[in-house]
Design a protein around this ligand. Structure first.
Ligand code: HPA
Length: 273
């Protein structure tokens, strides 16, 4: 057994010793988007700090708990708080929980994040369904020894975000009068927000939003054969006019304001998955 598999099985055994819930759907909540956790009927909550080999989240706005419970009539596992590169974690640590969820039986992963809009049609508070991504400035999390028991050495990435789930999300958004965009998410490491020149570059290469998460988790999820659906909440506009200074507080506030739409969308997605 590889060292990674050994760690994963210890983590999974610990979680199984505490929780009996079996879930096929996993959810990762992004910055300022932790309130979905409040509509979940929680059976069990485990602090990340108690889980063997789990990194511990250090960022304001991230809860740091693995929740097991019910949403939209289905059992779910929810990461309330995720791990980012900019916190100093290695790429393998960032994706570790995705692999844990897979071994716990998760087949579909719903991801959310706060992101900066670079598409000029986007406004603060808008939702964007991610249909593709660009991994910019980030080390690929699958670098290093590959364990074939987890996935193949060279995974295809022609369709990282599941088309059927995207179609479902559009139908749900329409039925509930929620405006959604669909577009490309570009991942950067952060923690700096982008310079004027970087936002321009990110726009020119074909991105609609930019953020500091999600892509690594998506790569890991595709690698181990999960279906992925991901949504960005536009929390700031990355066009640097003279007075456009972006703060983390503003990002958290915008995420909070947009949260009810995201909660509804995710709840219905889970119900229909
Ligand atoms: N850039 C990068 N990450 C982000 C942004 C941004 O403008 N907003 C929220 N996360």
């Amino acid at each position: 057994m590889s060292d990674l598999m050994d760690q994963l099985s210890k983590t999974v055994s610990y979680i199984r010793s505490r929780v009996k819930t079996e879930a096929k759907i996993g959810i990762v909540l992004g910055s300022g988007l932790g309130n979905l956790a409040e509509v979940i009927k929680v059976d069990e909550a485990i602090d990340y700090a108690d889980i063997p080999h789990f990194p511990v989240s250090t960022v304001k706005g991230h809860g740091g708990k693995l929740l097991f419970g019910e949403l939209g009539g289905k059992k779910v596992i929810v990461m309330s708080g995720r791990f980012h590169f900019y916190e100093g974690y290695g790429p393998h640590q960032v994706i570790f929980p995705v692999r844990v969820m897979k071994l716990l039986g998760v087949e579909t992963l719903l991801l959310s994040n706060a992101a900066g809009g670079v598409n000029p049609n986007y406004k603060v508070g808008d939702l964007m369904i991610i249909n593709d991504h660009i991994s910019f400035f980030t080390t690929n999390p699958l670098m290093g020894k590959n364990d074939e028991a987890i996935g193949t050495r060279f995974p295809d990435m022609s369709e990282p975000y599941n088309k059927e789930l995207i179609a479902k999300a559009h139908a749900i958004a329409k039925a509930n009068n929620i405006k959604v965009h669909e577009g490309v998410y570009t991942a950067v490491t952060g923690p700096t927000f982008e310079t004027r020149a970087e936002y321009k570059l990110i726009k020119v290469v074909g991105s609609d939003v930019v953020g500091m998460s999600t892509v690594q988790e998506t790569i890991a999820a595709v690698h181990c054969g999960m279906k992925v659906f991901a949504v960005s909440v536009v929390t700031d506009i990355g066009i640097r006019e003279d007075d456009n200074i972006i703060t983390h507080e503003e990002v958290l506030q915008a995420a909070k304001d947009a949260e009810p739409k995201l909660t509804l969308l995710f709840t219905e997605m889970v119900r229909q998955c």
